[in-house]
Ligand binder design. Structure first.
Ligand code: GLP
Length: 264
């Protein structure tokens, strides 16, 4: 047990690292992503947005600037984008990725894929995104956050798991949670284009970041609860290579569950 980790656990087959703070969680996650880039310089990386991974992107940029890691052959696919939204809107995920990562590292713009929030044919955009994922052979390492209601990407709680990239109607809870990034709740787009659960589950490795008290309950249910589309992230229990990195606050209820196994 060294570096950024306080504790390493297995929870329903998922490797869980508990770190002591948001900074440690971010550093640990950045280390894993950068190692993937170094080990396989033509990796396909899946990226997430939201508040949680910002520290990880910052740390990736720092490592890039210090150590000059080569991103020239890396391809990226983002999980989702609001719909409709203009690319240059500061709340678009295209803007977020450019601002937090892409403009700081040298990566060919053709290698970057984010669903087009300006598309005038959403069905075609979803189909094209699926096709691009498939043509590129799927994702080597997918980064995920988790919504307060257990969503991954923008796959909201539902009666079934949606497999492919699709147009989503955002839950009121998600609109309220994401309103903090917009001037008002009214400005939050009501829809989004999101990779499906099938797209996410086809990733060879998954790395989920979870921070803060408000996520303690949902991550505990994700790891130990029953697998159900009403908690989309619970399906990760069926993937064979998932790593979850928690900060201490997010780990509170996980550590209160007797079903985990502590690894040395
Ligand atoms: C958004 C994104 C998700 C993200 C979630 C949680 O809804 N679509 O990919 O995981 O927010 O965001 P935060 O990290 O800000 O809690």
């Amino acid at each position: 047990m060294k570096g950024h980790t306080k504790m390493r656990l297995k929870a329903n087959g998922i490797t869980v690292y508990v770190t002591k703070s948001y900074e440690e969680m971010s550093k640990k996650a950045a280390g894993i992503v950068m190692a993937q880039v170094i080990i396989k310089p033509d990796s396909i990386l899946g990226f997430a947005t939201g508040g949680t991974p910002i520290g990880m992107y910052k740390e990736m940029v720092r490592i890039y600037q210090n150590d000059g890691v080569d991103f020239s052959q890396i391809k990226t696919f983002n999980l989702d984008e609001y719909f409709p939204i203009k690319r240059d809107n500061q709340q678009s995920y295209a803007y977020y990725m450019d601002h937090n990562l892409f403009k700081h590292i040298h990566i060919p713009s053709n290698n970057i894929h984010i669903p087009d929030g300006e598309s005038c044919d959403v069905a075609l955009e979803c189909e094209t995104y699926n096709e691009q994922l498939y043509q590129n052979g799927g994702i080597d390492l997918q980064v995920l956050g988790i919504g307060n209601n257990g969503h991954i990407g923008f796959n909201e709680p539902d009666v079934c798991f949606e497999a492919r990239t699709h147009l989503v109607q955002l839950d009121q809870e998600t609109i309220e949670a994401n309103a903090r990034f917009f001037a008002s709740e009214e400005e939050v787009p009501r829809q989004a284009i999101s990779m499906g659960i099938g797209n996410i589950m086809h990733s060879r490795k998954i790395l989920m970041l979870v921070s803060g008290k408000s996520k303690a309950n949902i991550i505990s249910k994700t790891l130990f609860g029953s697998i159900s589309p009403t908690l989309p992230a619970s399906i990760l229990q069926l993937h064979n290579d998932v790593t979850v990195i928690l900060d201490e606050e997010a780990a509170e209820e996980v550590l209160g569950n007797p079903e985990y196994t502590r690894l040395l």
